[in-house]
Ligand binder design. Structure first.
Ligand code: NAP
Length: 280
């Protein structure tokens, strides 16, 4: 799609923001699909979020992504929140509509499940229980994604048990909170294991989880992507489990956002992945 009279604009608001890989991702796609425009990092402190979001239509932006610390605050600022973003409790994408109003969406759950589909095309989400470690912001999107894909049982485990219990009560359905001390045994019979904590990230300790009880045909997923192979994924790979790193989630959540802003459904290709990997 070409817009001869318009320079396309989108960006990512966060504080800090310069670590974000989203500008590289979206600018790659703008060029790849021959669109004239730019995706820029926007350093916006919490106190400036509302004014910055309200300025988007006047500046000609198609929308923006939101990252730390804005994802929850934006829920209360935008004019309409999609049902999924409401359920997740966070907005990671804002779309400027024709009339200048703002719609808040969340594509993290899509990014997560699309990444699993790409890396494990034969995966059946209804094949068995999933174990989700962590009950923070990212965990909410993962839970929504797994529930909507029909995972029959989700064992949710968090260091601070009250957060897991609160999430299990909120999401309901297949989600059951289990104590942190039972995380090893909880892996019995699991088809999918997901780490949604920050453990294993560069500068953090590895996730403290013994994998002995995990079936070797289970898929092990880490949403941390720096490093690409966390200690959890390395242990899982060594014992024969298939693994999925966190980079695919980041890349795939960008697709529906790019399409909503610019009308093109962009592809996640090996070339794109290698380009972003080189920046990690
Ligand atoms: N791949 C992607 O696209 C993507 C997207 C979003 C996030 N992420 C990554 O996901 C991770 C979590 O992000 P978030 O936004 O959910 O963070 P968050 O809301 O701050 O939640 C952090 C989670 O980590 C747990 N945790 C922290 N330190 C721990 C420790 N020492 N032992 C056990 N658990 C510990 C917390 O447990 P407590 O409740 O007990 O503190 C909580 O469950 C980050 O590394 C982030 O970079 C990746």
């Amino acid at each position: 799609m070409s817009h001869p009279d318009r320079f396309l604009l989108a960006g990512v608001m966060g504080w800090p923001i310069m670590h974000s890989r989203s500008p590289k991702l979206h600018n790659y796609w703008l060029e790849r699909y021959g669109l004239v425009g730019a995706y820029v990092p926007l350093a916006i402190p919490a106190s400036g979020l509302e004014a910055a979001l309200r300025a988007l239509p006047a500046l000609g932006f198609s929308g923006c992504n939101l990252t730390i610390p804005h994802k929850e605050a934006a829920l209360r600022i935008v004019d309409e929140v999609s049902p999924l973003a409401q359920r997740i409790g966070a907005v990671n994408c804002v779309v400027v509509r024709e009339d200048g109003s703002l719609e808040g969406r969340n594509y993290d759950a899509f990014g997560f499940t699309a990444s699993l589909r790409e890396r494990a095309p034969d995966l059946r989400f209804d094949a068995g229980p999933a174990v989700v470690i962590g009950a923070g912001g990212a965990s909410r999107a993962i839970l929504a994604g797994l529930i909507d894909e029909g995972v029959p049982e989700i064992r949710l485990i968090n260091r601070s048990p009250e957060r897991a219990q609160a999430l299990a009560a909120e999401f309901g359905g297949p989600v059951r909170a289990l104590p942190w001390e039972e995380r090893g045994q909880a892996l019995h019979g699991a088809a999918i294991l997901v780490n949604t904590t920050s453990q294993g990230m560069v500068g953090e300790a590895p996730l403290d989880l013994a994998l002995e009880a995990l079936p070797v045909d289970a898929l092990v997923v880490d949403i941390v992507y720096v490093p690409l192979e966390t200690p959890l994924l390395a242990s899982a790979r060594t014992r024969g489990n298939r693994t999925v790193d966190g980079l695919g989630m980041l890349l795939h959540q960008g697709r529906p956002a790019f399409e909503a802003w610019f009308g093109v459904d962009p592809q996640v290709t090996p070339e794109l992945r290698a380009m972003i990997e080189a920046t990690l």
